[in-house]
Write a protein of this length. Structure first.
Length: 340
């Protein structure tokens, strides 16, 4: 039995959670900086670091209260050591190291993407590798073969923009708030695919993706509509949103199914912020049912960055006795360098 305190501070969300391998997730507290960064249209690293510093200790206190345990009952502290924003990572690393060292608690540096990959285990305790992971977020669109926890092989990646980035950038073109993926998805619910958009590399025969061409196509579409004196509002913007969502999700589904076919694996896990997209889930579920594949998603509230996934990943590292005190972080930490 082990109780792990998890700390996430890689970008613009401060997450703290407590995971018990016997009782599950005991507490999960999260503070999002979206409102802070929205006025700038994206994350401002210095402001992110300052806000992590302001919120992280109160969130740790809140998590301990919610879990009804004391710091003395914590068996290890896990924190995100990379990848991410250097300053933001250092806030989490410094706080985690300080608390752990002062209280003689083992410390576990965790890879942020491993946290995402393992997050579906919080929804399904019976899930075991091997499986394919579709990791889709604002910064990543990767297809990863997971032979066992700690062993990751990247089978497919994007050549340019990630899928979440494509959502956000096209949303900005439409004048939607940051981050735009949620707003595109909300509008798309009542839209029609009126405007055919390209599916870059859909039939490339490999697992490589590209979304920058789609972004350019959306910009060209908007410019043409404006030239034709069409107002980009009402049903027009709703239909553009639907067309964007259909194009992005079609690519992700096609590549995921190809990965399962090529590897012979029967399980797919979908993680990262874009995994909350309901159209993507519906399409994947339909394909999986017809091909007898199993798909597992994280709970909707754990798709974006959070402390729960870091606590869970920390627990699996704790089982292997992988802990060390280190104030260093790795903003460009390569997932494939991890050892189980």
């Amino acid at each position: 039995m082990a109780i792990i305190l998890g700390i996430e501070s890689s970008c613009d969300e401060t997450g703290v959670a407590i995971y018990d391998d016997n009782r599950g997730l005991l507490a999960n507290t999260l503070y999002s900086q979206i409102d802070l960064h929205r006025q700038y249209g994206g994350v401002v690293p210095e402001l992110a670091s300052r806000d992590h510093l302001r919120k992280i200790i109160p969130l740790i206190d809140e998590a301990l209260i919610n879990a009804n345990i004391s710091l003395k009952e914590i068996d290890a502290i896990a924190y995100t050591a990379g990848p991410g924003l250097n300053g933001a990572l250092l806030i989490g690393a410094t706080v985690a190291n300080s608390i752990a060292f002062a209280n003689k608690i083992p410390l576990i540096p965790v890879h942020h993407l491993e946290g995402h990959i393992l997050s579906p285990l919080l929804a399904d305790n019976d899930l075991k590798p091997p499986f394919i992971a579709l990791l889709v977020s604002g910064g990543h669109s990767q297809i990863i073969a997971v032979d066992k926890i700690g062993s990751y092989q990247i089978l497919g990646d994007t050549l340019d923009d990630a899928s979440g980035e494509a959502f956000d950038k096209t949303a900005k073109m439409l004048g939607l708030p940051y981050p735009g993926g949620k707003y595109i998805a909300d509008l798309a619910k009542s839209g029609n695919e009126t405007y055919p958009l390209p599916r870059p590399m859909l039939n490339s025969g490999n697992l490589t993706m590209s979304f920058s061409g789609l972004k350019t196509a959306v910009l060209t579409l908007i410019q043409k509509l404006e030239q034709d004196k069409v107002n980009i509002e009402g049903q027009v913007i709703v239909d553009i949103a639907k067309s964007i969502e259909e194009a992005i999700t079609d690519v992700l589904v096609k590549k995921s199914m190809l990965a399962l076919k090529e590897t012979g694996m029967k399980q797919l896990i979908v993680c990262g912020g874009v995994s909350a997209n309901q159209t993507l889930r519906q399409k994947l579920d339909k394909e999986a049912k017809s091909k007898n594949y199993r798909i597992v998603y994280p709970p909707l509230n754990l798709c974006t960055d959070n402390g729960a996934m870091i606590a869970l990943a920390g627990y699996h590292r704790f089982k292997e006795r992988q802990f060390t005190y280190s104030f260093s972080v790795n903003p460009r930490w390569d997932l494939t360098t991890l050892a189980s």
